[in-house]
Design a binder for this molecule. Structure first.
Ligand code: RP5
Length: 164
């Protein structure tokens, strides 16, 4: 699924973010949506980051998921250099429990939106990317509806199993 005309770019500031970010790619793969994964750092590879953001739309990407930790400027900086929707994932590091990452990503100035998910919320970032794509893709939207029906069924079954 990865690399085959990717529709979603999953980027992160460091390879150390991968365990937190991997659930985004798992859900994209589950829905059969092609994606690419790159390490792109706002601080360590600023020129590479701008090149990535600049070229993303013309390469066919439709959504970018960007994860970063600490002084997490990557999602906002990428959003400033592309018209594509950007979903930010706050990555929790050793100190501050990810609150630093969350605060760095969520409070964007008016004009440059970043859709921020919860701390370590990469699975929801993947699902949100799918919903964005699904707004213009009926087949994908139908799969998302099925997914929600399955979720409801699972919760109903758990409820039935716990009742006494
Ligand atoms: C951020 O710095 C990255 O997103 C990562 O979360 C954090 C630490 O990176 P490493 O020192 O582990 O490479 O830019």
């Amino acid at each position: 699924m990865a690399e085959q005309h990717p529709r979603v770019g999953v980027i992160m500031g460091s390879d150390s973010d991968w365990p937190t970010m991997e659930p985004a790619t798992e859900v994209l793969a589950e829905f059969g949506v092609p994606f690419e994964v790159r390490v792109v750092s706002a601080h360590r590879t600023p020129h590479g980051m701008l090149n990535y953001a600049d070229s993303a739309a013309s390469r066919g990407l439709q959504v970018i998921i960007a994860g970063a930790g600490g002084a997490a400027h990557l999602p906002g900086m990428v959003a400033s250099a592309t018209p594509l929707p950007v979903i930010g994932v706050p990555v929790p590091l050793k100190y501050l429990d990810g609150m630093d990452s969350l605060m760095s990503i969520v409070q964007m100035p008016a004009g440059i939106p970043v859709a921020t998910v919860s701390i370590a919320g990469a699975k929801n970032a993947g699902l949100l990317a799918l919903r964005i794509l699904g707004s213009a893709d009926e087949a994908l939207r139908a799969k998302l509806s099925d997914y929600q029906v399955d979720l409801e069924r699972m919760v109903t079954e758990k409820d039935a199993n716990l009742r006494y």
